[in-house]
Design a protein around this ligand. Structure first.
Ligand SMILES: NC(=O)c1ccc[n+]([C@@H]2O[C@H](COP(=O)([O-])OP(=O)(O)OC[C@H]3O[C@@H](n4cnc5c(N)ncnc54)[C@H](O)[C@@H]3O)[C@@H](O)[C@H]2O)c1
Length: 253
């Protein structure tokens, strides 16, 4: 049975919400009653996801922006906060899913991936800090990956960003915990989203299915349910956790 906490008093900003895991978390949290601010660099996808929420009777604001720009992300966070005077949670989900061998990584690619994944997560955390209500507390969810648990060849740029995000999660859990802000990460494994399908072909997914301990790929719903739990009152003492939602990939190594 799906987890359905009452989030009708929650204002949640989700980056990379136009498609894939971000969109599914947005839909799920909106079904729980939250007002969702959807951020995506793809304005059309952003609007489409917001419309999908509204079509179900949910509340959504489409906020197209590039998360690598502090000014842009803080600007859309300000707009969302203007709705109810605060933001309760930020999900730093936007990322460029891109693998390539070490020798071909260019300065531009590395810089772009770092600025979306690392800078974007720092700006997202600053946005929550700027707009949370100290009386109510707040929450940040970052997106990690099983690539932080062991070395996957040809993923240097992507993996170092995800490694930094795990570190950021722990640092901010310690730094912001005293302010009543919980900071956790989800670590989803092998979900064939539009972005991931650009990295892995069908044969690779079949191979992975045979090696994942639970013998199936992850789904967008698996991740959205775990996200809902992390934002729920039942998770109120969980801070600094990297929650693996991967069928056992990280554990099996
Ligand atoms: N799919 C998986 O198997 C998997 C596994 C582990 C971790 N993750 C992580 O989950 C998150 C979502 O991944 P996904 O599979 O849904 O990817 P996806 O590529 O399908 O979706 C990513 C979204 O982020 C948006 N985006 C990219 N750059 C942006 C920017 N600069 N500003 C704003 N939006 C931007 C894209 O337009 C897209 O809508 C990522 O952080 C990814 O690293 C995914």
């Amino acid at each position: 049975m799906a987890l359905m906490p009452d989030f009708s008093d929650q204002v949640i900003l989700i980056t990379g919400a136009g498609r894939g895991l971000g969109r599914s978390m947005a839909l799920k949290l909106a079904r729980c009653g939250a007002l969702i601010g959807l951020v995506d660099i793809d304005a059309e996808a952003c609007e489409d996801a917001a419309n999908a929420i509204r079509a179900e009777g949910g509340q959504a604001l489409s906020l197209p922006a590039d998360v690598s720009s502090r000014e842009a992300l803080m600007g859309v966070a300000q707009r969302l906060a203007g709705e109810r005077g605060r933001i309760d949670a930020v999900i730093n989900n936007a990322m460029l899913l891109h693998y390539e061998p070490l020798e071909s990584i260019t300065e531009a690619t590395l810089q772009r991936m770092v600025s979306i994944g690392i800078n974007g997560s720092v700006w997202g955390a600053q946005a929550l800090l700027a707009h949370y209500d100290p009386q109510r507390g707040g929450a940040i969810i970052n997106m990690a990956s099983p690539v932080t648990n062991r070395g996957f060849p040809n993923t240097a740029a992507y993996s170092l960003v995800k490694g930094a995000i795990v570190t950021l999660t722990k640092v901010l859990a310690a730094e912001l915990g005293p302010k009543g802000i919980r900071v956790n990460a989800l670590s989803p494994g092998s979900v064939p989203t539009p972005g991931a399908l650009g990295l892995n072909d069908k044969a690779e997914y079949e191979r992975r299915t045979r090696t994942i301990p639970l013998r199936r790929l992850g789904s967008e719903d698996d991740n959205a349910e775990a996200c809902t739990f992390l934002l729920s009152p039942e998770a109120s003492f969980i801070n600094g956790e990297i929650l693996h939602v991967d069928g056992g990939i990280a554990a099996a190594g």
